[in-house]
Design a protein around this ligand. Structure first.
Ligand code: CIR
Length: 265
């Protein structure tokens, strides 16, 4: 299996709750409008489906304002769902809430051993490597629990640092193809992507880096035209999507889905 870090048969999303207005944010620029969030989310789901993938959308979970960011409580690799432990206290219950759905959808589930925290937003996977950024949400104890699971699945784990001013490692990085990463200049400057080709986002467009390569297209948040041009010039098929509501909660395109492939059943 090659290119399994960019080609997917499936995605799992969760509809935004009305309680999304209470979602976490580092700086308050106003609460997102739940109707705008729902509209942008529906556009996102439709765009993923247009690539040919089967997309499951779970019911909104009102008890968890940030649960639309479904990438954080789990990691999907080679048909296995790994249940993570989100670092933010208000998000800890999201993993248990999601587990039954993962059990229904995946042939195999694994759980982290006890201790520590890992958010999916801090994990960037290529075909061979799982890069994990230590952050305010992901700690060394959590990574120690994750390491044997990903190594058992045939990946190497690369431990890196998420700079303190960045929420999650993937807030400012994404995989464009198995050898190429899109990243903000400040994250790339840490040297964490040694061995990969790096395309940097344009000045002032750090938010463009929370992109996803999902089958043929690279999905990019709207409003980052210079970075979009850089990707088009490099030969990528770029599709821009509105993410104004998610951005108010420090979220972007990668946070709103778990992307995975299942063998034919
Ligand atoms: C949080 O602070 O947890 C949410 N408001 C945003 C989560 C974004 N998720 C991600 O980058 N994977």
């Amino acid at each position: 299996m090659t290119n399994h870090s960019i080609t997917f048969t499936h995605a799992l999303c969760r509809a935004p709750s009305r309680s999304v207005t209470d979602g976490l944010r580092a700086e308050d620029h106003g609460a997102p409008d739940p109707d705008v969030f729902a509209r942008e989310h529906a556009g996102y789901v439709a765009a993923l489906r247009q690539t040919g993938a089967e997309v499951t959308v779970l019911e909104a979970a009102e008890a968890f304002p940030d649960s639309v960011f479904i990438e954080d409580p789990a990691l999907c690799l080679k048909g296995v769902a790994i249940v993570l432990r989100p670092g933010a206290p208000t998000r800890r219950g999201e993993a248990a809430a999601l587990r039954p759905d993962l059990q229904r959808l995946f042939p195999e589930i694994r759980d982290l051993g006890p201790g520590g925290f890992v958010d999916g937003g801090d994990i960037l996977c290529s075909d061979t490597e799982v890069m994990v950024g230590l952050s305010a949400r992901t700690d060394a104890q959590g990574v120690a629990q994750l390491r044997p699971i990903v190594e058992d699945l045939g990946y190497q784990l690369r431990l890196v640092e998420t700079p303190p001013e960045i929420l999650h490692f993937k807030t400012e990085s994404s995989l464009l193809d198995p050898e190429t990463i899109l990243a903000s200049p400040r994250l790339a400057a840490t040297g964490c992507f040694d061995g990969y080709r790096v395309i940097e986002t344009a000045p002032g467009e750090e938010g463009a880096a929370n992109a996803i390569r999902f089958n043929a297209p690279v999905f990019l948040s709207q409003g980052f035209s210079q970075s979009a041009d850089r990707l088009s010039d490099a030969g990528y098929e770029v599709r821009e999507l509105p993410t104004s509501a998610a951005a108010l909660l420090d979220g972007g395109l990668s946070c709103m889905s778990l992307r995975y492939s299942l063998p034919d059943r």
